[in-house]
Design a protein around this ligand. Structure first.
Ligand code: SAM
Length: 252
């Protein structure tokens, strides 16, 4: 017969203790992530990379006839657990939020909309989702890495797709399923050079580049002050966008 404490059966008391401990742990994780995230946002905003990104985004926004309405992050990876990848992934998250803030500021000058934010990665854990939600990001799901899943419904020509260090398999799914007009992610030229010439990855990146990226404007993103630590192991990034014929405004 299970022990009863204060009229509660032992099993229910244990479950309630476990739930209390989990809630306390989640709160601690959230506040530690919040602190790290805020420091990284400040670091990004103070960096020359931020200046370079703002100039590139401005070039896109002023030539666009329709405003950007959503930002969808793909492949951030799990960042809630401490690991050697955690700092880089949190930096990628900080850069995503900074890019969205820069677009919001540019669009606000012409009364444009504020972006809706989304993120998808099949490896997100509950603490990741809880933290992303606290930042106003809605988490999307995919049944498998080789499919775009829910993100497919949210990516249209007015969406910023953010994909730092996404798998090539997922790039293939993204570029064949969605119409991508604005992408902030891996520099395809650097990505192609990363793989030996005779590998299938090299050929796949080459084909994706020629089929989907060739018609887009490209600016490689450089600038010190953010990706300077060797342990971040950052990968070259670029902004790609589809140039439109008529400019929306030249006032920005
Ligand atoms: C090479 S890892 C990079 C993770 C992280 N960006 C980093 O720098 O450590 C690629 C990530 O893409 C994610 N991924 C794979 N397929 C995906 C899909 N269909 N949608 C979103 N993310 C996907 C993987 O789960 C993985 O976290």
């Amino acid at each position: 017969m299970p022990h009863a404490v204060h009229g509660q059966p032992e099993s229910r008391r244990r479950a309630s203790d476990k739930a209390t401990k989990t809630t306390a742990r989640n709160k601690k994780t959230n506040s530690s992530l919040q602190q790290q995230y805020e420091n990284l946002r400040t670091m990004f905003d103070d960096s020359l990379l931020s200046t370079s990104l703002a100039a590139s985004l401005r070039a896109k926004v002023i030539t666009s006839r329709s405003p950007i309405t959503r930002a969808v992050s793909l492949g951030l990876g799990s960042f809630a657990e401490r690991s050697k990848d955690q700092p880089r992934r949190l930096k990628q998250l900080a850069m995503f939020m900074a890019a969205a803030a820069q677009i919001n500021a540019l669009q606000a000058t012409t009364g444009g909309p504020q972006l809706e934010l989304f993120a998808q990665d099949p490896t997100f854990t509950k603490p990741d989702i809880s933290f992303l939600t606290s930042l106003g990001i809605r988490v999307l799901k995919t049944p498998s890495p080789s499919e775009m899943g829910e993100a497919q419904s949210y990516i249209d020509p007015n969406t910023l797709v953010y994909s730092p260090f996404l798998t090539i398999e997922a790039y293939e799914a993204l570029l064949s399923a969605c119409s991508v007009n604005l992408l902030l992610g891996d520099d395809f030229q650097a990505l192609k050079r990363k793989f030996d010439k005779n590998t299938s990855d090299h050929h796949l990146v080459d084909r994706l580049g020629k089929t989907h990226m060739a018609g887009l404007e490209r600016r490689s993103l450089t600038g010190s002050g953010f990706w300077d630590a060797a342990e971040d192991q950052p990968f070259p990034m670029a902004l790609y966008w589809k140039r439109e014929v008529a400019a929306r405004t030249s006032k920005l």
